[in-house]
Write a protein that binds this ligand. Sequence first.
Ligand code: NAP
Length: 247
Amino acid sequence: MLKDKVAVITGSSSGIGKEIAHTFAKNGAKVVVNYPFERSAAEAEAVVEEIKSNGGEAIAVMADVSNFEQAKELMKIAVDTFGALDILVNNAGITRDMLLLRMTEEEFDNVININLKGVFNCMKHATRIMMKKGGSIINMSSVVGLHGNIGQCNYSASKAGVVGMTKSAAKEFASKSLRVNAIAPGFIVSNMTDKLPEAIKENTLKGIPLNRFGNVQEVANVALFLASDLSSYVTGEVIKVDGGMAM
Ligand code: NAP
């Protein structure tokens, strides 16, 4: 479905991003596996090695998406290595959960800088390249960005911002055949959710009609749909992958 397309996936040494990297590679894409700091270099290289061992093409590139120049370099390396840029998945994200009354300025700024400004940085540099022949940008939002959540003022603001930015960019680039969509996952089993207290997990589960948490492949499947021509008439859309949680 993505034969010979070049895809940059931010934050893809683990979790949802890693699964998207594998899914895209299995479908023929040449994949840039991005990771932020040295601490994840080995994990990113392991993703690349697995893709290569399955006959795919991939490279690992270190870049902190909250850094404007590093985001620019990430896109440049993709084009220099594979000769094009067709798909960008802005997946990198962090949580720094705390009740508003106790949330520090640093906790707020860190989340906004990576989750929201990081999406701006990557879209800013990627669109200049992608608008020449079109493509697909997929931004990772969250159901929390649509409905809010206790202890997540910073995170929900960043993910709501991603929805607004997605729709604005979709309108700006539609005439260039560059589609921009968002995915809003609910509760997906990953490093991010593993660290939540059991009581919160149990309570969350009660609000999920499908009565289970989601897995990373279920998000990657929707990313594959949005990246491929199967979604050729879909832009500015936010697709929830949440087992019915935010109906
Ligand atoms: P994850 O395993 O923690 O993945 C997040 C990835 O982003 C990690 O690989 C992380 O690298 C990377 N990252 C962090 N800061 C970065 C930066 N400055 N530049 C580049 N990469 C950076 O969590 P996940 O669950 O797969 O989350 C993926 C995305 O889905 C996030 O945007 C998250 O907000 C969103 N989401 C997840 C859920 C869920 O239930 N899991 C629900 C809704 C939305 P390191 O490992 O080195 O920190």
